[in-house]
Write a protein of this length. Structure first.
Length: 107
C-alpha cells in the first residue's frame, strides 16, 4: 500500500520546469482571450465613435450625451453649435455628441 502512495506522489526531479511552462502558457491563453473579448471590441467602438465625430457636418440631427436633441448649425474644431428649437442655439463640445439621428441631405 505504501508503495502505491509513493508511486502516486509527484517526482521532485528534473520535471520542475514543466510546471512553469504550463503556467506561462495558461496566462498567455488568458491574455489572448481577454484581448479578443474585451480590448479589441472596445478599440473598435472607439474608432467608430471618433469617425462619427470627425464626420459631423452642418445640418446633421444629433443627440448629445445629456439627451439634448438638435440640428447642427455650425461645426468648429472642438465644438458644435446646435439649434434646439425656437431659434435657440447652444454650443457643445464635439465629444458631447452621442448619436447622429439623421444625416444632412444634399447640402
Amino acid at each position: 500500500m505504501t508503495d502505491l502512495l509513493i508511486a502516486m506522489t509527484p517526482q521532485q526531479g528534473g520535471s520542475g520546469g514543466g510546471g512553469m511552462v504550463s503556467t506561462l502558457i495558461f496566462f498567455a491563453l488568458i491574455f489572448v482571450i481577454f484581448y479578443f473579448m474585451i480590448l479589441r471590441p472596445q478599440q473598435k467602438r472607439a474608432k467608430e465613435r471618433q469617425k462619427m465625430l470627425d464626420s459631423l457636418k452642418k445640418g446633421d440631427k444629433v443627440v448629445t450625451s445629456g439627451g439634448m436633441h438638435g440640428k447642427i448649425v455650425n461645426v468648429d474644431d472642438k465644438t458644435v453649435l446646435l439649434d434646439v428649437g425656437d431659434n435657440l442655439k447652444l454650443k457643445f463640445d464635439r465629444s458631447a455628441v452621442n448619436v447622429v439621428t439623421r444625416e444632412a441631405s444634399g447640402e
